[in-house]
Design a protein around this ligand. Structure first.
Ligand SMILES: [Zn+2]
Length: 158
């Protein structure tokens, strides 16, 4: 699942996400740090791993826009296990669609986490549209770069 064409930073963010290592407010609170426990993206619920990627209205807006662009159905998961099954169902295998899904997921996790950090540490925020456009743009950019690399390899071979 972590072998995909997303940027290395995005793959690392996805690894942290699936291993429960992101420094969400609930984890920081358990370590005794005084942090705002409320999700900075929706400002309505406690910030936990499960909230961010299964419940947060703001992240759903972003992800559903990206999924629509990729002609994929949005996730309808209520538990972490269901979420993992949805990820595996869409991202497992060597098909182009599975590869695109893995790249898209990694970029979504990464860009949304950057947005969360900007809101927490810099008091800056963007709209869900702006974030979704960045993710789609990143995918197009990566895909174009990969196509160029592939064509360069072909040029070198012939
Ligand atoms: Zn939220």
């Amino acid at each position: 699942m972590f072998a995909n064409d997303a940027r290395p930073k995005a793959r690392f963010s996805m690894w942290l996400h699936f291993h429960g290592r992101m420094l969400t407010a609930d984890r920081l609170s358990k370590w005794g740090l005084a942090v705002d426990p409320i999700c900075s993206l929706c400002t309505a619920y406690l910030e936990t791993r499960d909230h961010l990627f299964m419940e947060c209205h703001f992240i759903k807006l972003v992800c559903n826009k990206v999924l629509k662009w990729a002609q994929r159905k949005p996730a309808t998961t209520a538990t972490w296990d269901q979420y993992l099954r949805w990820v595996i169902m869409n991202g497992k295998g060597k098909t182009q669609a599975a590869g695109l899904f893995r790249m898209m997921l990694a970029e979504c996790v990464h860009v949304v986490w950057l947005e969360r950090n900007q809101r927490v540490f810099e008091d800056k925020s963007r709209t869900s549209d702006s974030i979704a456009r960045e993710i789609v743009y990143m995918k197009i950019l990566i895909k174009t770069t990969l196509s160029q690399k592939a064509s360069n390899v072909l040029d070198d071979e012939y």
